[in-house]
Design a protein around this ligand. Structure first.
Ligand code: PMP
Length: 414
């Protein structure tokens, strides 16, 4: 993407109006949540102004309008990830809820003592604590895949740990701390070979916003992601599941909108996706998804990934020259659009506060990946993450201000 194209893209993002010469705002926390283009905000505005009604419930005009918006969003998501049918798309609040749904409705029902859940040490807590709970309840065992100095999972690790005992592989497609993008397609193919009945869950929270995703090509059983990390609204999460898997699962929550017939003593339930969508759904949030998807597709996810890689390469090259900085994230491509680092002897929260005083928003903390941090012998880190609305000048400004952190913290300048 040319800088002229990025300039055009930036015009679509109202939050950038907050950035002035006197008080800049450089948002480098898109891995936490992305900012929204006006098209997305307008879609939600349109929904609440002219299309709001109880979905799936009424025969009146606005109820039908809401149903159309909601089911239209499902169609857009289906096409976005290459699912077979709209029935395979379940709306959730976010990736976390999708993973919990799987833990409760698949994990607790299907795993037992002697079974193994294979996951990587770089999983987000959403794809880790959930399986810990399932392991505790069922007696299944957690088996971790560890990483090498390139922040990759070595082939040997995969071939040693994925075995006939593996009943679930729960793996990220892009790490929110390291930027590592495990080859989940090859891992799943290997899983199929050694344990044909096992299921594969892919956490796409950091992948779907930044690269083309094809769930059929991955051959995963389940795939989760969050709309709010891909320009859409908070509350617009997605769980994809192969239809047979979904229909074999019990409902998640019980109540209205998910039943077929209700008798005094028992009920029958809708097939997927309805059986997992109890209660009035967040149509307003869903209304943002098709617009966000169109926005990403119009730019092209390949181009987005390439552009974000360019920003990361640039930051990585500059920061790896700086004394007193340790970079934790992956040293080589392919990698996600982020860089994670620490200053020697400076707490990440201090780094983030100093940068904030310069108008730069980064994330500091454990990024919901405590086991990963512990495996490096640390507790916290700083993370700068990029999106298509960031410019190379912003990355420069960020790098320049890392020197300011050094100065203020008495580390001296280069
Ligand atoms: N997985 C990964 C890799 C993530 O980065 C995140 C969000 N930081 C999640 C899962 C959870 O997403 P959410 O908070 O939207 O449920």
């Amino acid at each position: 993407l040319q800088s002229s194209e990025i300039r055009e893209i930036r015009k679509d993002f109202p939050f950038l109006e907050l950035s002035t010469k006197e008080k800049p705002l450089v948002y480098l926390d898109s891995a936490a949540t992305t900012q929204k283009p006006r098209q997305v905000i307008e879609a939600m505005n349109r929904y609440y102004s002219y299309e709001n009604g109880g979905p799936h419930r009424g025969a009146h005009r606005l109820s039908m309008a809401a149903t159309e918006v909601y089911e239209g969003a499902r169609e857009a998501v289906k096409n976005f990830i290459g699912a077979n049918s709209v029935e395979e798309i379940v709306f959730t609040r976010n990736a976390t809820e999708g993973l919990n749904l799987l833990a409760y409705c698949w994990g607790l029902e299907n795993l037992k003592e002697g079974d193994e859940i294979v996951l990587s040490i770089m999983e987000h807590h959403a794809n880790l604590v959930t399986w810990q709970y399932v392991a505790e309840k069922t007696g299944a065992k957690l088996v971790y895949l560890y990483i090498d100095e390139n922040k990759e999972i070595p082939k040997k690790e995969i071939e040693e740990k994925i075995t006939a005992k593996t009943k679930l592989l729960a793996i990220t497609q892009s790490s929110n701390v390291l930027g590592t993008m495990p080859d989940v397609k090859t891992m799943i193919a290997y899983l199929r070979k050694v344990s044909p009945d096992a299921k594969a869950v892919v956490d796409g929270a950091q992948a779907a916003p930044h690269m083309p995703v094809d769930v059929k090509d991955l051959d995963c059983d389940f795939y989760v992601f969050s709309g709010h990390k891909m320009l859409a609204a908070m509350g617009a999460g997605v769980l994809y599941g192969k239809l047979d898997n979904l229909n074999a699962m019990k409902p998640y929550m019980y109540g209205g909108d998910m039943i077929e017939y209700v008798y005094e003593d028992h009920s029958t339930f809708l097939k997927a996706p309805g059986r997992f969508e109890a209660g009035t759904q967040d149509v307003g949030a869903a209304s943002s998804l098709p617009v966000a998807i169109d926005y990403l597709n119009a730019i092209g996810l390949d181009k987005i990934h390439e552009y974000e890689s360019y920003l990361v390469d640039y930051a990585y090259d500059a920061m790896s020259q700086m004394d007193d900085i340790t970079i934790l994230s992956r040293p080589t491509n392919p990698r996600g659009g982020l860089i994670t680092f620490n200053f020697k002897d400076v707490h990440p929260h201090d780094v983030a506060s100093i940068l904030d005083s310069k108008g730069i928003a980064i994330r500091s903390g454990h990024h919901c990946a405590q086991p990963l941090h512990r495996s490096f012998g640390i507790h916290f880190s700083c993370r700068a993450s990029f999106a298509v609305y960031n410019t190379i000048e912003e990355v420069d400004y960020f790098i320049k201000n890392l020197d300011e952190v050094r100065r203020l913290m008495g580390l001296g300048t280069r």
